[in-house]
Design a binder for this molecule. Sequence first.
Ligand SMILES: [Zn+2]
Length: 323
Amino acid sequence: MANWQYTKGLHDIGNGLYAYLLPDGSWGWSNAGLIVDGEETLLVDTLFTVGLTQDMLDIMRDAAPAAKNIDKVVNTHANADHIWGNQLVKDSEIIASTGCAEEFDHFLPETVIGMMAQSKELGVLGEFVEHCFAPFDFSGIELTPPTTTFADELTVMCGDKTVNLYNVGPAHTRGDVLAHVPGDKVIFTGDIIFNEGHPVIWDGPIANWQKACDRILALDVDVVVPGHGPVTDKAYVRKFKGYLDYIEAESRKGFDAGLSEWDTACEISLADYDTWLDAERVLGNVHALYREFRDEGEAPEVMPIFEAMARFHKEIILPRMQG
Ligand SMILES: [Zn+2]
């Protein structure tokens, strides 16, 4: 297995497949993919801002002239860091799951721009918003939703390459798509895989996410391009699934002992994951699991969970890192 470098920019996977990586993979620093065959191109995800997406498209066009025209785009899910550059490929067929299309406009650029402008008045939340989003320029974003949606599976062609799209959500979000290129043994996972970073369970149930990992593990793939972090392989997918199993089991222990979400999140040892970014997401994940244990059907409002993670970051994670 090749040891993939984790540097900003385009990485040639071979045979017309590319990964575009944005270290360090933390909040908003997402990956994308490009598939080229002959004159046809398929882009997997756009990026968080128009500027980042424009830079990426320019670099893709330099590497593969066919990318001057992107024929198809797959949005793996509706998180902003995978869709807010869509306007630059608005003439393409934009493909997503129905769940992704449904929540495409649930988080708007105005919201993050407003929070950034008010960050000084927002206390701990404001500090966290600055921590996560200060590097990004959110101006000029025009939401550009999918033009083609599917419920479970869709096979699309890029030239002679078959690309199988599997909706494995709701898991990370309401609709999470894996893009598998069987002929090249490559899979683009979106945020079903975070490499060297804590995932965040916005929707769940976690069982769907664990099944999604099993689905990847059952495929004949050599290269796994995650939604965040370095390019990897199935060995890491196994480790990542182990994290989900572990967080679920630890949350169940805390729940059964009557601990609050906060106290359980404080109790969970992250010794096996101490290099992973964004450890405040553990609290969000405990909240998501408690909702499952309580059988609360509705997905939660995102903002209160985000605010709780902000506080957890300041009061628990930062002191640990400095300690
Ligand atoms: Zn993401």
